[in-house]
Every structure is written in structure tokens, then in C-alpha cells.
Design a protein around this ligand. Sequence first.
Ligand SMILES: [Zn+2]
Length: 317
Amino acid sequence: MKFKDIYEKAVKKGMELDPRGIDEVNKELGRVKKDYDDLKEKDKKTFDKDRLTNPYADSRMLYGNPEKDVKRILLGIDMEVAELLLADRLREKGKPVDLVIAHHPEGRAMANLYAVMDMQSGILLKYGVPVNVAEDIMDERIKEVERRLMAVNHTRTVDAARLLDIPFMCLHTPSDNAVTEYLQRIFDAKKPAYVSDIIDMLKEIPEYADAVMETTGPKVVCGSAGRKAGKVFVDMTGGTGGSKKAFEKLSQAGVGTIVGMHISDDHRKEAEKHHVNVVIAGHISSDTLGMNLLLDQVLTPDVEVIGASGFKRISRK
Ligand SMILES: [Zn+2]
């Protein structure tokens, strides 16, 4: 497959699996197009044109010829300078790597991570939080993340890719959409009665079963296994952790249990205060599941994937 075909197909699948629904995503793209058309000619030159077709600012081709033919990929959750050197060593050992894919954003996709967080208000709306409330609480949190990202040396890894001449890209939200859609579909269909049923359902999935062996399996961090699950909300996409204030609003909207990848202690305390059960499925295991689900829909069978940095390829095809 060509490098650009892998990227374009991954973004397209990510849009199809977006929890807001494809119509909302297309509306968002339409708004970006209108903003672009309204720009002065000199501002159009610096506009990131990927934004016209890709609604996920945290997923980009970061270095390399888009037409390059890809037969072998080195893929991991965090791919930084060390992993690019690993790709170069594999090349020396007679296993040439045509493309390195990171799940977590790098380069300008990292600098712009906050830009995908807007989608969280669309997701909160779906779970019954009024959109004006959702947008207002997210606004504050998005600005906080934007300020935090300003301090990051975001070009570091892309600079290494350029020096070693290794094509490089990151796929973040399309993969997080895939895991969110997959788990939400399971819970909606099987309707877990108790929080312990959620844990059991997760442990049946190979990526989480592997994590149990690594002592990082799913855990209840708020509430307890014996409590009723109520309405389950899988909260695994939209860039990074959302607003603490969302727990109060979700509780009022009737959500009983949130299933997430990870949680800060401040967020956990808020969830506790508002009586919401929280199950942490696991971070690297959820990211691995998301990437596996996405790759199943994107890659042709002739493309080999070597797992690194927390990722193990498990195909469901
Ligand atoms: Zn992650």
C-alpha cells in the first residue's frame, strides 16, 4: 500500500467510527472549508490543508514521500527517537522498515492535540448533557491543555525521522474512535447488570487478557464491583482527559458507569463526589485494541506489522 493510502483510509475509518456520528463530522469539515474560503490569500498559504479532509488534528503524515510503497511497518504506542533508531537498526539487520507509525501524537499533531478536544462536547451531548453546558465546560479545559502543550519540544522525533530518512506518521483519534465504538457496542448489546460484569466482558478481549498477565488489567477505581452498572458510557476518545465538571453533568444525565483508559486523581475525586462508577480498562491495552481494530480495516494482507513500544498486533480478520 502507498503511505498516503494508509493515512487516508485510517482517517476515513476514524470518521465512520466517530461517536458523534458521520453527519456531525462532515458538518465540522464543512465549517473548516468555509473558514478557509473566507481567508485572505496570504493566510491561505500557511493554512494546514489537511484540515479540509481530516477532522483529527492529532493524526498526520509527519515525514516522508506520500507515494512510497509500504510493505513493512514498525508500529507502537509511543514512537520517539529511540524507536526510530530501532527502525534504523532493523534496516541494518536486513528487515527494512518502510514506515513508522506512532499511536500517540508527535510533531505538529502533538502541538495541536487540544484541537480535537472540541469533539468531546458533541459526545457529551449524545449522553444527555445540554450542548451549551458541554461547550462551556470543555472550553476552559481545552485552553488549559493548549497552554500545557506550548512547553513541549514537539519537533524532536520528526527531526530524527528526517535525519534517518524514515517515513513517519501518527494515528491517534481514529484509533481511539475505533476502541470507543467497539466497546460501546458490546456494552449496549450485552447490557452488563453489575460493574463486575463490565470487568468480565473486558477480560474476554485478548488485549485486556494480555494486560491482566502484565498486572495492568481492568480495575474499578470508583464505586465497587458489586454495584449496579446503570447506563454505561465509554469515554476513550477526544484527544485527552476532558473536564472534571463533566462527571456532575453526566451523573445528572443518568450515566451510571464510565469506562475509560486512565484517570487523574482530581477527576476520580469528582466522579466519586457525583456517585459515578469508574472502570479503568487500561491505557496501553485500550490503545493497542484501538490500533488493532483500525489496522484490520485499513491494511491489505501483504503489509507486515512489527509491534513495538507497548503494541502487539492481534488481527480479527
Ligand atoms: Zn493513549
